[in-house]
Design a protein around this ligand. Structure first.
Ligand code: 16G
Ligand code: MG
Length: 557
């Protein structure tokens, strides 16, 4: 093993010199606050990011070397944030989020004050993590449509080049497409390749799976997709070229909010985040009552559906609705394929999931439902422990994971009747249709359309599967949100600190019928969030207001 050399070998100190050089070229902004690699990678105003992008190049290379040259991904995007923001995020070899342990290394090197500190940080990491620098390093990267992406790509590339990393620039992609490519690259020469290693390969895989999944089924009229004026627009249009035409399939897909040439309109009054947080239709909405609409977010890893009723009442079909729809349908397919005694399904949610959805999953669908902390990596991790793990955040980020053993079972199962074969064929197609690396708006969109077609559901019928509890998401500024600490293993549903606050919340909640309320510090905004549910809208509003008032009085800024 070359491990005896780990942590020291650098051919002629070339990479160390490279780090020194490149950090001179991309100095850390003097006025910058500390950079932190958080749940969404590094994210802030784009003009503060070039030095960070450069250090991410260095770090991604180290990560690849540590993993014996497996390909690492870097995505440049700020998702649903305004156009002037941007972000950088690292993708691990199977398309999953960067291992948590490495988040602190990313933070460490990004905060090096000058070139000497950057070089020291690099050398320290090589030793600390025991990296054999003779190992190859491979990184692929892409960006969304933000204009600042071009400069950040240059910065990233210079970090990669300075440390001898072989890289491929995939240009403009959605975040999930990059995740797909990372996994496809690393599984290319294995017995289970994830798909062709190209953007075209992604469309081919999706389109062919979708065609199989809806074979012999008549999809349901038309659907309009608001793409937040982001990267989802050109990519969804590209996918459409690979799908049967509307006259062939019966499904008419219309793309709106597709203006990617004017950065100012990106995520502006449109997109999944706007629709979910504002609980209203996006700019440009012209839907007639009960017409089916969906919104992607700015990097196309989230999706929500919605419609309006005759009285123009807005009805949202969010991540909880997609999770219940998918779990229900997958359960039926497993049953009809004759696999019910071999494969179990679990649903993973966060505390923000509507209580009615949880009850529906447990009591009507009779499936196991687990609750984790907020953030995709927590849900993904828990979902990966099940045969089939359906996970969604209420905000529309989610996917379905099939364990390797389950995939094998599904592919090897011998159907005993034509009906079993039919269900099995659809189930197999879904294992390809679903992007298992990460929530993917395009893939989730095709999944939902497949299910609605099979179940002959209109949006109205989909909504009628259960009735949401009245709910409210509030927020409150506080002096120090770090003072708000949740009880370990409570999935953020209870507070440990500040002392006594949870007891006070319990007292307030007890006054309201079927009340539920929890408070946690946001990871992305300088506030604490207050989520509440109760049987009556009026109660719910009062309860959340009361809890908010209590927090403002005792812990306000
Ligand atoms: C991040 C998370 C998202 C979560 C949100 C919560 C990822 C990729 N993204 O955007 O899953 O819902 O944070 O925000 O994990 P909050 O902490 O401000 O409530
Ligand atoms: Mg996003």
């Amino acid at each position: 093993m070359a491990d005896s050399n780990a942590g020291i070998f650098d051919p002629d100190g070339k990479y160390e010199q490279g780090v020194l050089q490149v950090s001179k070229e991309y100095p850390r902004p003097k006025d910058g606050a500390d950079f932190v690699y958080g749940t969404a990678g590094f994210r802030m105003k784009a003009d503060k990011l070039p030095s960070v992008a450069m250090t991410v190049g260095i770090l991604a290379g180290l990560r690849s070397r540590k993993l014996h040259g497996q390909t690492i991904g870097v995505m440049i995007t700020a998702s649903h944030n305004p156009a002037e923001d941007n972000g950088v995020k690292i993708v691990d070899p199977q398309g999953e989020m960067l291992e948590q342990e490495w988040e602190k290394y990313a933070t460490y090197i990004a905060n090096a004050k000058d070139q000497q500190e950057a070089q020291n940080a690099y050398m320290w990491m090589v030793k600390e993590v025991r990296i054999d620098q003779k190992k190859p390093a491979n990184v692929i990267f892409a960006r969304d449509t933000r204009p600042s992406g071009e400069e950040l790509v240059r910065a990233l590339k210079s970090g990669l080049d300075a440390t001898g990393v072989t890289s491929v620039d995939y240009g403009i992609l959605t975040t999930p497409q990059l995740h797909y490519l990372v996994k496809a690259t690393n599984t290319k020469d294995t017995s289970h390749p994830y798909g062709e290693v190209s953007e075209e390969g992604y469309y081919n895989k999706m389109a062919s799976a979708f065609k199989t999944a809806i074979e012999g089924i008549k999809p349901n009229g038309s659907v309009t997709v608001d793409c937040a004026n982001g990267v989802g627009a050109p990519k969804l249009k590209e996918l459409l070229k690979h799908l049967p035409s509307s006259s062939e399939s019966g499904l008419d897909i219309r793309v709106v909010n597709d203006n990617v040439s004017n950065a100012e309109v990106l995520n502006k009054d449109c997109g999944a985040d706007f629709v979910k947080t504002q609980q209203r239709a996006p700019a440009g909405f012209d839907g007639k009552p009960y017409e089916r609409w969906a919104s992607f977010d700015g990097d196309a890893d989230r999706i929500v559906y919605y419609f309006t009723t005759e009285g123009s009442i807005f009805r949202l079909l969010d991540g909880d609705r997609i999770a219940t729809l998918a779990a229900n349908f997958l359960g039926e397919l497993v049953q009809k394929s004759g696999l019910a005694d071999k494969i179990t399904i679990a649903v993973v949610q966060t505390a923000y999931a509507n209580g009615s959805s949880t009850r529906y999953i447990e009591q009507t669908l009779k499936l196991r439902c687990e609750c984790t902390s907020t953030g995709v990596k927590h849900l993904h991790h828990v979902a990966a422990r099940s045969d089939i793990g359906v996970y969604f955040e209420a905000n529309g980020h989610g996917t379905v994971l099939f364990s390797p053993q389950t995939l094998k079972r599904i592919h090897n199962h011998q159907p005993e009747s034509p009906a079993q074969l039919e269900a099995l064929t659809t189930l197999r197609a879904l294992t390809d249709l679903i992007n298992q690396t990460v929530g993917d708006a395009i893939s989730d969109f095709l999944l939902v359309e497949t299910i609605l077609a099979h179940k002959e559901y209109t949006v109205r019928e989909w909504l009628a599967t259960y009735t949401d509890m009245p709910n409210k998401l509030g927020k409150q500024r506080v002096a120090n949100r770090a003072d708000f600490v949740t009880v370990p293993d409570s999935a953020e549903r209870r507070l440990e600190k500040p002392a006594g606050l949870q007891e006070r919340i319990d007292e307030i909640v007890a006054k309201y019928k079927d009340g539920r309320c929890f408070v946690r510090a946001s990871g992305t905004e300088d506030v604490v969030r207050i989520y509440g549910e109760a049987s009556e809208v009026f109660d719910c509003e009062n309860m959340v207001r009361e809890v908010g008032g209590e927090i403002e009085r005792r812990f306000g800024p």
